[in-house]
Design a binder for this molecule. Structure first.
Ligand code: BTN
Length: 273
């Protein structure tokens, strides 16, 4: 088992090894924090620079999408947020999907380095922004725009590195964890490096620059799914991928709809033959 503690000097070294320019990220590692997204948003409002990263060894009030919480014991999960300032006027539509692509690319690279597993891990993406490993949720992404600066976003990522023994069975069956043979600093450096690359592309061409990569990783392409929403009854349909703005293309009763809201989740039924 590797050291589950993250050390800033290791992270800096792994970032340089990944090829990130030395001034791309400003790193802040805290022993404890309520929510890295909340704190980094505050720092952003106070003028923190693009590329600021806030990492917490332990979060006391980690937040997820749709008002959920992100709960993890110290060492069980990688929890951090990255601030990215795009050019004024940039609409960050599909940014969380772009982040998902970056995380998967980073994990693929880390595992190809031979430290995580001998064979390629079965990584995929579930709309809008869950990262799956062997079909279970490995990581989640929470994107929040900085108040008053809609072209700046705080991208928070929580990734399971260990599932606690006392996890209820119903949660365990839908969750997965990255093998703890990868040092956390290497994992985080690889993810930050890929996020930096993806966000540079996004800044130039929007989500269109990463759409093909997203579709290649899509867990539910052309599958029957149930669409859950906070404001309507669940609906059955077929998942036809995403468009250039990251909207889900949902086919129901022979019509294709763009689902923009993040207030939905998908449950695959059976794949189309
Ligand atoms: C989700 O799957 O609902 C998104 C989970 C995002 C959790 C991360 S942990 C780091 C960052 N800080 C937070 O409070 N939330 C995100």
């Amino acid at each position: 088992m590797s050291d589950t503690q993250l050390h800033l000097n290791d992270l800096t070294r792994w970032l340089a090894e990944a090829g990130s320019p030395p001034d791309r990220f400003t790193l802040d590692l805290r022993e404890e924090c309520d929510s890295t997204n909340t704190r980094l948003s505050e720092l952003a409002e106070q003028g923190a620079s693009s590329g600021s990263v806030l990492i917490a060894q332990r979060q006391t009030a980690g937040r997820g999408r749709r008002g959920r919480t992100w709960i993890a014991q110290p060492g069980d999960s990688l929890t951090f947020s990255l601030l990215w300032r795009f050019a004024p006027g940039t609409l960050p539509l599909g940014l969380s999907l772009a982040a998902g692509v970056a995380v998967v690319h980073a994990l693929q690279k880390v595992s190809r380095g031979g430290t995580a597993s001998d064979s390629a891990p079965a990584l995929s993406l579930k709309w809008p922004n869950d990262i799956l490993l062997d079909g279970g949720k490995l990581a989640g992404i929470l994107v929040e725009l900085v108040p008053g600066t809609p072209h700046a976003a705080v991208v928070g990522i929580g990734m399971n590195c260990h599932l606690p023994d006392n996890l209820p069975d119903e949660v365990r069956t839908t969750a997965s964890a990255w093998p703890d043979t990868t040092p956390p600093a290497q994992l985080l450096a690889a993810i930050l490096h890929e996020l930096g690359k993806a966000f540079s592309q996004f800044g130039e061409r929007g989500f269109a620059a990463l759409r093909a990569d997203w579709l290649a990783l899509h867990a539910h392409q052309d599958q029957h799914v149930t669409l859950f929403s906070d404001f309507a009854a669940p609906r059955q349909g077929i998942c036809r991928g995403v468009d250039n703005e990251g909207a889900l293309l949902f086919e129901s009763d022979g019509k294709l709809e763009r689902i923009l809201s993040g207030e939905v989740s998908l449950r695959a039924q059976n794949a189309l033959s």
